[in-house]
Ligand binder design. Structure first.
Ligand code: AMP
Length: 630
């Protein structure tokens, strides 16, 4: 048996002793008395009885041995600023932020919503929250007022931390007006708002509610805020993600399990060591930003890079110049970003010395072979695909090169990671598929390993009903992805089983986009599907029926309505959710019982055969779509 196979087997067959050993990688105030309590499946409690703190493990525990070493490097090619913080400096800034939050009335267990661009203060805010036992809920800065409002309503934050503006491609994006609008839209009103003023956009501070970070920071310049030791099962944060229904789910994560899972992943998956440098190009608004911009690298004692800007500005060499300058050892990005770079002059890649890189990890969406081949030969380092979800917090499928070097297989994210009892389930029978190369739903037998979601925020029933299926005697978590596994244990992901689409690595629920479009006064009905795209993997495409179609035979009128619909999505959800096209049809393809034929619609939009259409009400409906997409 290979070294990894043995390691994996131990993690499943001797679960408690395996994870008990991993728990040694982190600091505990009180050590756990029980490794895993799975007495109430599917709710798993990890490291019961232990008390710890995520911020302590990310920052304070390094002070004794590496206080002067770099912890955080914030680079913005938008504002042309770069600032590095040592662990000692980070410790000071986090305490100032923690003291400010406490002064604003935030207490243990309260939620703090963070709506920020990629600036150092965003990391300070996250670390400050977990330091005092408050839960952060980071909302991606690209989301608009409507999306933000629904998250404020669900998380009910006591406080919000935000900034005057972000910047993208040289264009300033003011955040404060969006935040004010979201708070106005939301039934829940946060009692305090902390604003970081970058001097990018004017902002109005509402007296009594809004505070200026510079002023509060000055008041708490010498703040000493000890870490609040919390139960291992105390939630560290919630992070919203899209699913089948319109309402986003708050993925709730614990403290002890997450800290252990990240520490273990830094060792076994990333083969990382203290003093090295990690550069994840994601955003703190996504799970990669939580696990591998902020917490994972810091827990491992590494320097982590936070980058605000595009991969192509000032030119397509900017990331590689950062790799050269900071001797980045571990880089983490998404296939779409690589496809964007592939379109640029390849000379940018050879201009910089990237020999410090040990590997490039890519995640978030399927990695196609040509993209993997291109970047692999350009960088001359291993390209490691990894598959996981907001829900799991760390990779489900990849290679654990820290345990044993294994070869990549292009097109496959790799093998089941230790702790994940990955199964493939036959959708029609619900039975486990045990043979090689059989297509099934990728599933994980409970308990989910440490670091994965505990529940849906304030909705245990939704957690159980959404994700868990029972097969005789066992409870299985569904990833909602199709997959196959070859004879050597390498898995291949074949797309979602639900109505979630993946645009440039961003997960979007088509229902959410449909709801936004349908709220336009002239839209009667709409269907949104994900359509294959050579750059972004998928794009959202909308097919809408207008209430008043008079005039829509005219190109200009159609374009005007299409533009209005797109603007509405931008305004309510954010530009990330904007469909690439809105086509107008007179009828949507449905079954005789009125069920929308999404798969058929998607197939036709991708110019594929729609398959069996015997249940379709009106065959002309698909013909219209065919004519429109050409
Ligand atoms: P998110 O929760 O936003 O990270 O999205 C998770 C979803 O993205 C998964 O359920 C997959 O559908 C997709 N995904 C993530 N990583 C990969 C990968 N390496 N290969 C294929 N699909 C992926």
């Amino acid at each position: 048996m290979s070294q990894y196979a043995d390691f994996y087997r131990q993690s499943i067959e001797q679960r408690d002793s395996f994870w008990s050993e991993q728990a040694q990688l982190v600091d505990w105030k009180t050590p756990p008395t029980q490794v895993c309590d799975y007495g109430n499946p599917p709710f798993a409690k990890w490291f019961v009885g232990g008390t710890t703190n995520l911020c302590h493990n990310a920052v304070d525990r390094h002070l004794a041995s590496r206080a002067g070493q770099t912890a955080l490097i914030a680079i913005s090619t938008e504002t042309e600023t770069e600032r590095a913080y040592s662990f000692a400096e980070l410790h000071i800034e986090v305490q100032r932020m923690a003291a400010s939050l406490l002064a604003m009335g935030v207490k243990k267990g309260d939620r703090v919503l963070i709506y920020m661009p990629m600036i150092a203060e965003a990391a300070f805010a996250m670390l400050a929250c977990v330091r005092i036992g408050a839960l952060h809920s980071v909302v991606f800065g690209g989301f608009a007022a409507g999306s933000l409002a629904s998250r404020i309503e669900d998380a009910e934050p006591v406080a919000v931390v935000s900034a005057d503006a972000g910047s993208r491609g040289g264009k300033v994006v003011p955040y404060k007006p969006l935040l004010d609008e979201a708070i106005a839209l939301s039934k829940h009103k946060p009692q305090a708002v902390l604003m970081v003023n970058r001097g990018l956009a004017p902002m109005h501070l509402q007296p009594g509610r809004d505070h200026d970070w510079a002023a509060l920071r000055a008041q708490h310049i010498n703040a000493v805020v000890p870490c609040e030791w919390v139960e291992s099962t105390h939630p560290s944060y919630t992070l919203y993600t899209s699913g089948t229904t319109g309402k986003p789910k708050g993925v709730q994560r614990d403290t002890g399990g997450y800290t252990v899972a990240l520490a273990a992943s830094m060792k076994h998956i990333f083969d990382a060591e203290a003093g090295q440098t990690f550069f994840a190009t994601s955003d703190i608004g996504w799970v990669v930003g939580h696990s591998y911009i902020v917490y994972g690298p810091l827990i491992a004692g590494m320097a982590t890079i936070m980058y605000e800007g595009l991969p192509t500005r000032p030119d397509a060499g900017v990331w590689w110049s950062i790799v050269e300058k900071y001797k980045v050892t571990h880089m983490f990005s998404a296939p779409t970003a690589v496809r964007v770079l592939k379109k640029q002059d390849p000379a940018y890649l050879s201009k910089y010395d990237v020999r410090s890189l040990k590997a490039l990890w890519l995640a978030g969406e399927p990695l196609d072979e040509p993209t993997a081949q291109w970047i692999s030969s350009a960088l001359q380092v291993p390209i490691i695909d990894n598959y996981w979800q907001t829900e799991t917090g760390w990779p489900i499928l990849t290679l654990a090169n820290g345990v044993e070097q294994q070869s990549t297989r292009f097109g496959s994210p790799g093998k089941a990671m230790y702790g994940y009892d990955v199964k493939l389930i036959d959708e029609s029978t619900g039975e486990e598929l045990t043979g090689a190369n059989q297509k099934g739903v990728v599933a994980i037998e409970g308990p989910l390993p440490p670091g994965c979601m505990q529940t849906v925020w304030r909705d245990d029933a939704r957690f159980v009903n959404t994700y868990w299926k029972s097969i005789p005697g066992r409870l299985i978590y569904s990833t909602f992805d199709w997959g196959i596994r070859d004879a050597d244990g390498y898995h291949f992901i074949l797309g979602r089983t639900d109505d979630v689409i993946n645009v440039a690595g961003h997960r979007l629920g088509t229902r959410e986009i449909e709801e936004s479009i349908a709220s336009h006064p002239n839209i009667a009905e709409v269907a949104v599907v994900g359509v294959a795209d050579s750059l972004k993997g998928q794009v959202a495409m909308a097919f809408a029926v207008a209430k008043d179609a008079t005039g829509l035979t005219d190109d200009a009128a159609r374009l005007t309505l299409e533009g209005e619909v797109m603007k509405q999505v931008d305004k309510q959800l954010g530009a990330v959710a904007r469909p690439s096209r809105v086509y107008f049809v007179t009828v949507l393809p449905k079954t005789r019982s009125g069920k929308l034929l999404r798969r058929a619609l998607q197939a036709v939009a991708e110019r594929r055969d729609p398959g069996d259409l015997t249940t379709m009400e009106d065959p002309a409906a698909l013909q219209q779509v065919k004519d429109l997409v050409g």
